[in-house]
Design a protein around this ligand. Structure first.
Ligand SMILES: [Zn+2]
Length: 87
């Protein structure tokens, strides 16, 4: 099972960013580099703040993984419409 990043729409997170049972995943999104459970809980960023910052920085690929072929950040953001942002 793969999960969508609620910030940038990256569709291949390995863990649920924030599940009711397990809490935050501490996975770092390979696209926008948000760490669930750290950047939000410890650093106080909201998803919206991080997304706005990422978009205004030009939607860069920030992760250590290779950029997917034909990666299109704008198209990727469309994924957010498919998931519920309400936890
Ligand atoms: Zn992301």
């Amino acid at each position: 099972m793969e999960y969508t990043c609620p910030i940038c729409g990256y569709p291949n997170l390995e863990e649920n960013p924030r599940s009711e049972a397990d809490g935050p995943s501490y996975e770092i999104c390979p696209c926008c580099a948000f760490e669930f459970g750290y950047d939000d809980d410890d650093q106080g960023y909201t998803y919206d703040q991080w997304r706005e910052e990422w978009i205004s920085a030009g939607m860069p690929w920030r992760g250590s993984k290779e950029i997917p072929q034909n990666w299109d950040p704008k198209k990727q953001l469309e994924n957010l419409k498919k998931i519920s942002l309400v936890s």
